[in-house]
Ligand binder design. Structure first.
Ligand code: ADP
Ligand code: MG
Length: 726
């Protein structure tokens, strides 16, 4: 039998290669995919067969645990079969539609409401039998579900509903979960047996399923337990591919480059140290030693400096800038906002002056003539240090010899922006800084290729901040505190989630609905500023700051607040990063449940930085004891940013967290950084080992992995690679 076995396996290999080749084919190659269904897939980012196979269910309906309306328990998840009795559509305000279904089963009535999905009103008819799955609530005398997962049960015709565990894939208008299941089963039939790209040794080490089996068990699991195992395999793949991409990108960028060996013991650096009005803390000293060590070496520096607000990262960076001067080269320091860039100029500028290091500031609002002049001097090498915003990336700015790039609040920038600035020098050293507390797992996934220094304690403790969660009825207490502070010559912030009434909130943190109050009306900065000035805070000077003002307007507002001409600054989260106004002691956050814990922690760090203790009022309409209120209570109880960030991650359970959505960078579709924390660490370590042995992933064992990593993350980094190769 050996020959036959061999023949079979060769045929098998041929088929598997064909199936592998199909992965890159457009989805329209599959049965059932054309026209509107193809377009709906593309809208969800699913273009090729490979994308489709990774479009994994976000939910499974466990029909082994179906209950009735009467049997369901308020506050718990349930799956219920019920018949539609009434469909209504409400429009409580422009741009908000609520589809409300009343459903009956033999034991009672269930109300289900869906926000912002008007098409559902067409989709469900009186008499339809639905399977609904979600958290059961109770209001106005009815058991109810808010935005449950819902499936029409097509009796007899729907094979999938006979499964004991029904997968629910993320669907959209024009493509139901039902159709997705059909399409998925076609895809699995045609390409489910692709060649496994993961070396068998890794599968074995982590006890993971083979790829084909993992795909089948994810999309059509035999039980919830096998679905979980399959998820682990696919999550590991994703994490490993990301880590390998980060690592190989760096290897490509730095192939053969020799970094400048900076002089880290020169006169300007010593002069700057002498000019500091304080001694560095031991942690700051360690960070400086790490950084200067990297800068002195012939390897390019790739370092991330992590430190909560007020831990004194700026001065650490300033010393690195002075080392560039001693090396007769140049440095650039980029901030996400002009407010921050100007703050460097104001705080670091005088120190550099004292040390004899020339500097300039370039932002979008620098007048054209002044800017041309500054650019001219930078190009000639007469100016050593350039502070600025993304204006620094502009082609108009060229350096004579750029050897150090400092990027503050670095997660606010996309990979390409960071690289664009760095490429203005040859093998420039990179120091990235972030004040956003970031859980270890997230740091590893986003910056797997960076070395880390961390500052945990603030040099000047400041008086600190006390946090109170309050209900809207108690806001008078908060306004009283604002007034009292302002009467004593101090200042206050009022933070709103939205800019104005027309703001759709798309820039807000992704706080899951279960973690916030059901209030649909949230505060907008523009109207709140007007209302407060006329009402609760009449007589005080109330200013306004938000992200849609232009740079000059923002700077003016900040300046007036800093100088005390404005007593109360009503703002969106633009004040979040790095802003330092020591006179501000009170902060009121409206609709606080709309913000992530990490954002709230950042925000409250704006007050209590001076000698007077700060107080933060987090106002939220949710009931006492609700998940939203409990989440906010975590802030009353903890002042540790990293602990809160971990908690935030656990509560949100999703790939894009903590405002990292804005990073223009990577998002994870399968892995869950909180739930799969062990896999994050494993993938990070495996990637490190693989890249150390085979940096370009050329080894036959690694080539399929390289291809897979490129398929998944190539788009994010493609530009970078092309830039370095071309
Ligand atoms: P970060 O950028 O990390 O949020 P900053 O660099 O703005 O923090 O520093 C916060 C404040 O602490 C600044 O006013 C700074 O001058 C001050 N500071 C920094 N280091 C020290 C130190 N070692 N001793 C006393 N004050 C310090
Ligand atoms: Mg800072």
């Amino acid at each position: 039998m050996p020959t036959r076995a061999a023949g079979l396996s060769i045929a098998g290999v041929g088929r598997r290669l064909d199936e592998t080749a199909l992965l890159d084919a457009p989805v329209s190659r599959l049965r059932y995919v054309s026209g509107a269904r193809r377009e709906a897939l593309v809208r969800m980012g699913v273009r090729c067969v490979h994308d489709l196979l990774l479009h994994v269910p976000h939910r499974y309906l466990d029909f082994t645990r179906v209950t009735t309306v009467e049997g369901s328990v308020v506050g718990q998840d349930a799956t219920i079969f019920a018949t539609v009795d009434e469909v209504t559509i409400k429009r409580p305000r422009p741009r908000l539609t609520i589809v409300e279904l009343f459903l009956v089963d033999p034991t009672g009535v269930l109300r289900a409401s869906f926000f912002g999905q008007p098409w559902l009103a067409e989709q469900f008819k009186v008499g339809d039998l639905l399977a609904l799955s979600g958290s059961v609530g109770f209001s106005f005398g009815f058991k109810q579900m808010t935005s449950p997962f819902v499936e029409k049960v097509e009796e007899g015709r729907d094979q999938a509903s006979l499964l004991r565990v029904l997968p629910v894939h993320p669907a959209s208008e024009g493509l139901s979960a039902n159709w997705l299941r059909r399409i998925m089963s076609a895809a699995l039939a045609d390409a489910g047996d692709q060649v496994d790209f993961l070396p068998a040794s890794l599968c074995a080490r982590h006890g993971l399923m083979g790829l084909g089996r993992a795909l089948r068990e994810t999309h059509f699991p035999r039980s919830l337990a096998t679905a979980r195992q399959a998820h682990r395999r696919l999550a590991f793949d994703e994490l490993l591919c990301l880590q390998l991409t980060l690592r190989t990108r760096q290897a490509l960028e730095q192939r053969g480059v020799r970094a400048t060996r900076h002089d880290v013991n020169g006169p300007h650096l010593r002069a700057l140290r002498a000019a500091l009005p304080f001694a560095l803390t031991p942690e700051q000293e360690t960070a400086v030693a790490d950084i200067l060590g990297d800068m002195a070496s012939g390897q390019p520096m790739n370092r991330l400096l992590l430190g909560d607000v007020g831990t004194g990262k700026t001065v650490v960076a300033a010393l690195a800038l002075a080392a560039a001067r001693d090396t007769r080269s140049q440095a650039a320091m980029m901030a996400p906002t002009s407010v921050l860039a100007r703050q460097y100029a104001e705080k670091v500028g005088p120190l550099l002056d004292a040390a004899g290091v020339s500097w300039t500031l370039i932002t979008g609002s620098t007048p054209a003539a002044e800017r041309a002049d500054a650019e001219e001097r930078v190009a000639r090498g007469e100016t050593c240090v350039v502070f600025g915003t993304t204006a620094l990336i502009s082609d108009a700015l060229t350096f004579c010899r750029l050897t150090l790039v400092v990027i503050d609040e670095q997660h606010r920038f996309g990979v390409n922006q960071r690289v664009a600035l760095r490429r203005k020098g040859a093998a420039a050293d990179l120091l990235a800084m972030t004040a956003t507390p970031i859980p270890r797992t997230l740091a590893l996934s986003l910056y797997g290729d960076l070395d880390c220094s961390r500052i945990a304690t603030r040099p000047r403790a400041g008086a600190g901040v006390t946090t109170h969660g309050i209900a809207p009825e108690s806001l008078d207490v908060a306004w009283g505190a604002v007034r009292e502070a302002c009467d004593a010559g101090r200042q206050a912030y009022v933070i709103c989630p939205l800019v104005d009434e027309a703001d759709d909130g798309s820039e807000l943190d992704d706080v899951p609905a279960s973690q916030r109050s059901a209030a649909r009306q949230v505060h907008a900065a523009t109207t709140t500023a007007r209302d407060l000035a006329r009402g609760a805070l009449r007589g005080l000077s109330v200013g306004l700051l938000h992200g849609r003002m232009d740079a000059a307007q923002k700077e003016r507002a900040m300046e007036e607040f800093r100088s005390g001409r404005i007593a109360v600054l009503v703002s969106t989260t633009v004040v979040e990063v790095g802003v330092d106004v020591p006179g501000a002691t009170v902060m009121v956050v409206l609709d606080a449940d709309r913000f992530g814990l990490a954002t709230l922690h950042q925000l409250r760090g704006r007050v209590g930085r001076g000698e007077t203790p700060g107080v933060a009022y987090l106002c939220c309409a949710a009931r006492k004891g609700s998940p939203a209120r409990r989440r906010l209570a975590a802030l009353e109880g903890s002042s540790d940013g990293f602990e809160l960030a971990e908690l935030d991650l656990r509560l949100r359970h999703e790939g894009e967290v903590l405002g990292y959505r804005q990073s223009g960078g990577v998002s994870l579709r399968i892995a869950d950084l909180a739930g799969d924390a062990d896999l994050v660490a494993a993938a990070h370590e495996d990637a490190r080992v693989i890249a150390a042995e085979d940096p370009a992933l050329q080894d036959a064992l690694h080539a399929p992995l390289a291809l897979e990593a490129h398929r998944r993350f190539g788009a994010y980094f493609g530009e970078v690679e092309r830039a370095w190769e071309g």
